[in-house]
Design a protein around this ligand. Structure first.
Ligand code: NAP
Length: 318
């Protein structure tokens, strides 16, 4: 059993930024970064992104994996220690807080920063995963990937009917020749104003009552297979990009009943512009508490906030 001043759970931009700040404040942070066997993949969602072009400071863009490994190296340079396991349990009934990891190890901490992120939901097709991981034109983030050269002037598909799908489709119209929204019903879940904008766009058309049953292409996507949920009829649609926008799932399973969560599973933040959760001494940063912006740079910003807030909380006696 180890006893730490501060434990940071997670390994995306929020976690590593928190670690850099905590390490430089001489809090000797211990990061439990997640393992490859569960949802909390080390490095977080950026490990699945090829080119990140909207992270400030990289004028030519940066590979998502490189960005994450460099952030980790920066945190380690200042003395951060890292455990590549998942936290299965967080006990806040006693102080110091007690975490149990995958191997059964117990870690105690005076303060905890939860930065476990959220995962984009995928349709769950083998070719979807293959082409998403290889940068072959399948993505769960239009804002991250939509402006890449190979999507310009092409027909692109967006799956989903919520605000994200519509927002993504509208964003993609800046670059694409045509954007096809594929939705499993004939009515959008998106807010009225967003739906109206989508209907008004000359570049957007809809495929109603359709689900995607396969993604075609070798190194890059060439099309998708659509299935009409009413008749079961299947047909192919030629597209040069597929953007999956069917929601996100925060990695908060181990926090249920421990700290306050919102109905959608994200961590509830009792005070706006603060990272303190419902349990004093437990802070949250990044996508796990942000169902609105979900950007690497905003995650890094809240990671910084959480480390500063934790430092102040600890210096006032915890
Ligand atoms: P969402 O509202 O949960 O919508 C998910 C969409 O994906 C729904 O249309 C759903 O279909 C569809 N879907 C879910 N699973 C599917 C599957 N397996 N196959 C095919 N389709 C599937 O998620 P979201 O759009 O990411 O929005 C999340 C929250 O963020 C919402 O509260 C939203 O208002 C908010 N948001 C707001 C803005 C904005 O205000 N600008 C932008 C983005 C997000 P059904 O409709 O049939 O269930």
């Amino acid at each position: 059993m180890s006893k730490e001043t501060i434990v940071i759970i997670g390994s995306g931009p929020a976690a590593w930024t928190a670690a850099v700040y905590a390490a430089r404040a001489e809090l000797h942070p211990f990061v439990i970064e997640g393992s490859f066997h569960r949802t909390m993949v080390p490095g977080g969602q950026l490990m699945f992104t090829t080119e990140v072009e909207n992270y400030p400071g990289f004028k030519d863009g940066v590979d998502g994996q490189t960005l994450m490994l460099d952030m980790k190296a920066q945190a380690v340079r200042f003395g951060t220690r890292v455990l590549t396991e998942d936290v299965l349990k967080l006990d806040v009934q006693q102080r110091p807080f007690r975490m149990t990891t995958t191997s059964g190890a117990e870690v105690l901490a005076d303060a905890v920063i939860v930065a476990t992120g959220a995962n984009a939901k995928w349709i769950g097709l083998p070719n979807e995963q293959r082409l998403a991981q290889s940068g072959g034109g399948v993505s769960a983030c239009a804002v991250c990937d939509g402006a890449l050269p190979h999507f310009r002037g092409k027909t692109l598909a967006v799956v989903g009917g919520g605000d994200t799908a519509v927002e993504d489709a509208l964003y993609l119209t800046k670059f694409a020749k045509e954007v096809v929204i594929v939705h499993r019903r004939d009515e959008l879940r998106a807010s009225k104003v967003m739906a109206e904008r989508a209907h008004a766009s000359e570049k957007i058309r809809f495929e109603w009552h359709q689900v995607v049953t396969d993604v075609h292409g070798g190194d890059v996507i060439t099309g998708i297979r659509l299935k009409d949920v009413r008749s079961g009829a299947e047909r192919d649609l030629e597209v040069s990009g597929l953007f999956v926008a069917i929601g996100h799932e925060p990695n908060t399973a181990f926090l249920k009943g421990v700290i306050d969560l919102k109905e959608n599973g994200y961590v509830r933040m009792p005070i706006s512009w603060r990272t303190q959760t419902s349990v004093p001494g437990v802070f949250a940063a990044g996508d796990v508490m942000d169902d609105y912006y979900r950007q690497a740079v905003t995650a890094a910003g809240t990671g910084c906030m959480a480390a500063l807030e934790a430092e102040r909380w600890l210096s006032h006696g915890g």
